[in-house]
Design a protein around this ligand. Structure first.
Ligand SMILES: [Fe+2]
Length: 483
């Protein structure tokens, strides 16, 4: 592959997590320390950026690295590992030409290439292999897909991690160019939900439900200046769009300008953030509640209470974390670490009042996960995440947060940096935390990574499976019993 001779730049910090991993490997039995529970049977699939340079060019932002899939397959106490780049337009063309060809989250390809880049508003060429879907993984009618914020999922084979190509929706007449890679699933209704921002003569938030591959419009809300939103909330009754005070400045620059995607959005410290609450059954906008300006990537959970919706997020005072995740910044030994979010529980009133929040002091974390299958849309007690010291540390431990009491349990080890914790319940468990947490950990001392298994009840390590190379920091993934 062109331009992939990068070496790890440091032995002592987390910069290795932002360093290209050129090797695609298959290992049937990773060396194990401790024990991997024998009941753990299935596969942990992960997605994230793993190539940051092509030829002499470099992506500038963590969020723009080329997507790599990872699988950790568990059987009878053993773990097999496999990793493959997602063969998308960006991966294939960038590596063939040794240049960055496509506009991404924060990429601005040079002007001479611009006339043939895939802009957000242009149709894909017929032979397209899809966008650089490096954010998350889910299933679409049984088929595994990789997702990003361009609403074109890329299918892959969960056994081989081979890229299949664009996954198509059926009966689709719902418009939109920007979406979230965090769809929700409502098990009672047997419906998925997501939304897209449509950029046309005006702007709309188009909420839709998903049954199998068929999308159906739930609501279309006109909006003057749409916000940048990485996820949304869902309660039993409502979809909750948290529009942060970080808003698009116009359609024309987004469509035809040469600015990177995220630079089209402007922080508005004097303009309220807004919660839009949409009824899942009727599509009616039942409430629009304002709040002091804030920003977030990730919703944690939401549920209905009398006269209000409780909306939990991992929140920031402003979106400066986006600038702090430029590679130039995160790779610098002397730069402060990117900030992390705080737990905020917003109460969003349905009577037109203002939304207010409570928080948990001295806690900074990101990549929050709950026991989603059972507690999504319900009152719940535990959220797991990747923790950072409030005074500026970087994602160097795992946290288990009791959102009722505010107490926090942690797992950490010197020189180790953690990835998103995925909760897997024990087969016969009854308590909310009966299960294990799976997390990919970068060991900066050894320049390798390992898959960590901790007991979710006390956050003590049960075992680890060691990978003989480093795994760049990823974003999201999931555990699948059958794949
Ligand atoms: Fe995310």
């Amino acid at each position: 592959m062109a331009g992939m001779m990068t070496q790890l730049t440091t032995h002592t910090t987390y910069a290795g997590g932002f360093t290209t991993q050129p090797n695609e490997i298959d290992i049937d039995a990773l060396p194990i320390q401790g024990e991997i529970p024998r009941w753990l049977s299935g596969v942990l699939l992960r997605n994230g950026p793993a190539q940051f340079e092509v030829g002499s060019m470099s992506y500038r932002h963590w969020f723009d690295g080329l997507a790599m899939l990872h699988s950790f397959r568990f059987a009878e106490g053993g773990v097999a590992y496999k990793n493959r780049y997602l063969r998308t337009d960006a991966y294939l063309k960038d590596n063939a030409t040794g240049k960055i060809n496509y506009r991404g989250f924060a990429v601005d390809p040079c002007r001479t290439l611009f006339k043939d880049v895939m802009t957000l508003l242009a149709p894909l060429p017929k032979d397209s292999r899809g966008p650089n879907a490096n954010v998350n993984i889910t299933r679409l009618e049984g088929e595994f897909i990789a997702m990003t914020e361009i609403p074109i999922p890329v299918a892959f084979d969960a056994q081989t991690l081979a890229t299949r190509g664009i996954a198509h929706y059926k009966g689709d007449n719902i418009a939109g160019q920007v979406t979230t890679a965090h769809p929700h699933y409502d098990a009672r209704r047997k419906l998925g939900y997501n939304y897209m921002t449509h950029v046309g003569l005006g702007f709309h938030y188009n909420f839709y439900s998903l049954r199998g591959r068929k999308r159906s419009l739930v609501a279309s809300l006109p909006v003057a200046k749409p916000g940048y939103m990485h996820s949304f909330g869902m309660s039993e009754r409502y979809l909750i769009l948290s529009e942060f005070s970080f808003r698009l400045q116009g359609a024309l620059p987004l469509a035809f300008g040469d600015q990177p995607f995220i630079k089209n959005f402007e922080w508005q410290p004097d303009s309220d953030s807004v919660f839009y609450v949409v009824d899942k059954e009727t599509g009616a906008l039942v409430a629009t509640a304002t709040a002091d300006p804030f920003f977030a990537f990730h919703h944690i959970n939401a549920y209905d209470v009398e006269g209000a919706v409780v909306v939990d997020l991992c929140a920031y005072d402003d979106p400066s974390v986006i600038d702090e995740a430029f590679l130039e910044h995160v790779r610098a030994d002397d730069a402060p670490a990117p900030g992390s979010g705080e737990f905020r529980r917003y109460t969003v009133p349905l009577n037109g009042g203002r939304a207010t929040y409570t928080t948990i002091p001295d806690l900074r974390f990101e990549l929050p996960r709950i026991y989603y299958e059972r507690y999504n849309m319900q009152p719940y007690r535990y959220v797991y995440g990747v923790g950072a010291a409030p005074d500026g540390g970087f994602l160097d431990h795992l946290v288990k947060v009791d959102v009722e009491s505010g107490s926090v349990l942690r797992w950490g080890e010197t020189g180790c940096y953690a990835g998103e914790p995925v909760f897997v319940p024990t087969p016969d468990g009854t308590a909310e935390d009966d299960g294990v947490i799976l997390s990919v950990i970068l060991d900066a001392r050894a320049q390798t990574s390992f898959l960590l298994v901790v007991d979710a009840r006390d956050m003590r390590e049960i075992g680890r499976a060691c990978v003989p190379q480093h795994i760049p920091f990823g974003f999201h993934g999931g555990f699948y019993r059958e794949a």
